[in-house]
Design a protein around this ligand. Structure first.
Ligand SMILES: [Zn+2]
Length: 492
């Protein structure tokens, strides 16, 4: 039933990787001065879908997420609540873990950068960078955004402050820091990005952005802080703590070093990130690894942001959407589906609760959910043999895998609807098996065909909606039983 379509084969997008036995995928570790919102949710759900697909392909997967817990911003947030930074982190970190549990996220480990095992690896990596001669002491002065935890250049300032954060977050800083020779690694990084064999920046559109900035000239950056006590002390100078970004980036590597049995997973196959942290992951992280002589991650994928009803999501606008709010409305799998369907792969994606409702009703309640209950009811009591359609032989399966790996979830889902679910719905309405006698073999033949369409769709949709898909498979296993309640009740 799946047409064999022409689809451009992207040679940069190595299929080799997918057949290798191990697959290591990460989300950014989320900065703990906030509670989980739809932005964190979209990255985590996306990583989960990719991780589940790779498990479905028989690979051994290590899926890592966690929280970034050091730095001035955390110390300030803790102080506001009259807590020590450690107490504050212990209070907030579980909210992230909880949020991911509530979305059926299948991460294999949850890393916290205040874990002494992580801190130890950070010390070791920084020491390697120091021993390499890539660190020197210098005075630094400049505008610093506490919100971003980074120095901002004059050209980045808008109205004299960081455009991403309130004006009071941008402060003038002057201190003696240890500096990392970032500039030394710029030619190597340019070379890696420009070589299609070694380039690690996806989607393609992001490469030019990074290359232009690299070619415009890059300054060395400080890797430590003088007055931020809430951090990891430098091994060679205990009066300074590691700049929170240096500490945080190392989490991807440190987890493989201290979580049992994960050493073989380095280098990471895929770092998933949001566009605001592109530079840190594609330049600074790579330079650190080059300096410490650690293998580089194979790929980074940078997605765009969600706009909420045409506006940037912000606390002050009061339009922040939390994962729990979505789960309460759409259920776990409904939420996962809506996130995948609207995922901001290349450009910002404009979403809103009303549009989520429309999408949910159209795709899940009226199409998939309705189809399953109609067919289950018509075929009640029947049992069919050899329903397994062999998804692996399906010419669309390879395309589907490729689209998921490129985080083009929307396109992947459209294939399933176009080729399977819509086709099954059409067939059902055209062939009207309910008009045929129960004993008529033609009726049985039609139903079997439709169930096969449906089960193919379900196999494809499984990484996106794992529980629902298992439930549907259960319905059609052995003697077919009707659903007691609808899968996706319509929402007003
Ligand atoms: Zn900022």
């Amino acid at each position: 039933m799946w047409q064999n379509k022409e689809y451009p084969k992207d040679t940069l997008f190595c299929f080799k990787k997918m057949n290798s036995k191990k697959f290591f995928i990460t989300t950014p570790i989320y900065y703990i001065n906030d509670v989980p919102h739809i932005g964190h949710t979209c990255t985590t759900v996306a990583a989960d879908i990719v991780a589940r697909l790779h498990r479905q392909l028989g690979e051994e997967v290590f899926f890592l997420t966690g929280t970034d817990e050091h730095g001035q911003k955390v110390a300030e947030a803790a102080e506001k609540e009259n807590l020590s930074p450690g107490e504050y982190c212990d209070k907030i970190a579980p909210r992230f873990e909880e949020a991911w549990k509530n979305l059926n996220i299948s991460n294999d480990f949850f890393i916290r950068t205040t874990d002494p095992k992580h801190e130890k690896v950070v010390g070791e990596v920084l020491q390697k960078i120091y021993d390499k001669g890539d660190v020197h002491k210098a005075k630094y002065e400049g505008w610093y955004c506490v919100g971003c935890e980074k120095f901002v250049t004059e050209s980045e300032l808008v109205d004299k402050h960081c455009p991403l954060h309130p004006p009071e977050k941008t402060v003038w800083k002057s201190e003696e820091n240890w500096f990392f020779k970032l500039s030394k690694y710029v030619p190597k990084i340019i070379e890696l990005i420009e070589n299609p064999e070694t380039n690690f920046i996806f989607p393609e559109g992001k490469r030019g952005e990074v290359l232009a900035k690299l070619k415009a000239g890059v300054n060395d950056i400080s890797l430590s802080r003088e007055n931020v006590a809430w951090g990891i002390p430098l091994p060679w100078d205990k009066t300074q703590t590691a700049y929170v970004w240096f500490d945080a980036l190392i989490n991807y590597y440190s987890a493989t070093q201290f979580v049992e049995g994960k050493k073989e997973f380095w280098p990471a196959d895929l770092h998933l990130l949001g566009k605001e942290i592109l530079w840190f992951h594609t330049v600074i992280w790579q330079a650190m690894l080059l300096s410490a002589e650690i293998d580089l991650p194979k790929k980074t994928f940078t997605h765009s942001f969600y706009m909420i009803d045409g506006q940037k999501m912000s606390k002050s606008l009061g339009n922040v959407i939390s994962p729990q709010q979505l789960v309460d409305l759409f259920g776990i799998d409904g939420t996962r589906y809506l996130i995948a369907r609207s995922f901001p792969t290349d450009n910002d994606s404009d979403v809103g609760i009303e549009r989520f409702k429309e999408r949910y009703n159209a795709d899940l309640a009226n199409n998939l959910g309705n189809l399953v209950s109609r067919v289950a009811k018509l075929a009640e009591g029947e049992s069919f043999e050899n329903l397994d359609s062999g998804i692996e032989k399906d010419p669309d399966y390879e395309i589907f895998i490729k689209l998921i790996n490129e985080l083009k979830f929307n396109e992947a889902i459209e294939i399933i609807f176009r080729d399977s679910l819509n086709a099954a719905n059409l067939d059902l309405n055209k062939k009207t098996p309910w008009k045929l006698d129960k004993e008529d073999p033609e009726r049985k033949k039609i139903l079997k065909e439709i169930i096969q369409y449906l089960l193919v769709a379900i196999k494809f949709l499984k990484p996106i909606m794992p529980d629902t898909c298992e439930k549907i498979e259960e319905v059609f296993k052995g003697e077919i039983k009707p659903l007691e309640t609808g899968l996706f009740p319509r929402i007003k």
